[in-house]
Design a binder for this molecule. Structure first.
Ligand code: PH4
Ligand code: ZN
Length: 307
């Protein structure tokens, strides 16, 4: 059932687990996410970025998710706009039928971020749509960055408390040292767990971890085994994900892991059968690899068996 992201995440927040928010650009990824949710009896968030909407269309992506939610009516699912950059982008997603929107105005000054987020909240709540906002900037914490640079990129708990109260946002993404993509850390992985706990204590809302792909060794090896190059890639280790959930994370954004798992299989088939021309011969094993990865991730997140 397609429900509001706020409702879905309130349950996770009360019961202390996290829901995986998996990105889609096409039908196969959406099918894999629902199939894994069905296998693991897990709620899910399916999300589409502005890039995904540009690629496939908001009404198309909504139609795919709506269709799958009718095929699997027992699965609670929210469809989220990931990193909406403007009010107009959020309104467009709401018009397309999304049940959650992220307004990412975190690169603007605090007051501007707050004013835009407030306006999105006003419109979204009237349509029973949940709202996510972000504070701080997503970037890995590297040993060689200055203290000033580091604190400028991380969430400030005072601001988080004030922001959540004043905006009425339903869930918040605090920057605690993660970044998007396959290259998250130069040295050892490091996240600011104490800061996370402080933000949770001060805001009392569900929190979101962006850039949460783990890049499991077997998935990276499968990709590199086909001649792919992910040298130096490093994700968020599974035990860090668990610690983050214990610290208050309830939504875990995962895109890169899905892309690597999917493309490793596409590459394998292309290598093994150079004359293969049927897209289904590539996409069926690719979809299965994504199902496997998501099932394992649902165990780590504690969302398995929560339906
Ligand atoms: N996201 C995914 C952003 C995808 O423009 P685009 O479609 O490439 O954007 O919000 C994440 O937080 C994913 O984190 P990950 O890279 O660690 O999977
Ligand atoms: Zn993100």
């Amino acid at each position: 059932m397609l429900i509001s992201g706020a409702k879905l995440l309130q349950k996770a927040h009360k019961e202390g687990y996290a829901v995986g928010a998996f990105n889609i650009n096409n039908m196969e990824m959406a099918q894999a996410i629902f199939e894994a949710a069905d296998k693991m009896s897990s709620p899910i968030i399916v999300q589409a970025s502005e890039g995904a909407i540009k690629y496939a269309g908001g009404t198309m992506l909504h139609a795919i998710v709506k269709n799958l939610s009718e095929k699997y009516p027992h699965i609670p699912v929210a469809l989220n706009l990931d990193h909406g950059t403007t009010l107009e982008s959020c309104v467009h997603a709401i018009r397309c039928g999304f049940t959650s929107v992220m307004i990412d105005a975190s690169h603007h000054p605090f007051e501007e971020n707050l004013a835009t987020t407030k306006e999105v909240v006003r419109i979204a709540h009237a349509a029973d749509v949940g709202v996510e906002a972000e504070l701080g900037r997503l970037m890995g914490i590297e040993d060689n960055i200055s203290v000033d640079e580091k604190s400028a990129s991380l969430v400030d708990p005072d601001e988080a408390e004030q922001f959540v109260k004043a905006s009425g946002v339903d869930y918040l993404a605090p920057a605690i040292g993660t970044s998007h993509g396959a290259f998250k850390f130069k040295g050892e992985p490091k996240l600011e767990f104490e800061l996370l706990k402080e933000v949770k204590r001060r805001t009392g809302v569900p929190l979101v971890l962006h850039g949460a792909s783990a890049i499991p060794e077997e998935v990276r090896a499968a990709f590199e085994g086909t001649g792919g190059d992910l040298k130096g890639s490093k994700g968020v280790p599974a035990n860090f994900l668990k610690e983050a959930i214990a610290g208050g994370i309830n939504k875990v954004n995962t895109d890169t892991d899905l892309r690597i798992a999917f493309m490793a299989e596409v590459r394998r088939v292309a290598n093994e059968k150079p004359s293969e021309i049927d897209p289904r011969k590539f996409f069926i094993p690719a979809r299965e690899a994504v199902v496997k990865l998501i099932c394992e991730r649902m165990e780590t997140l504690g969302s398995a068996g929560r339906i």
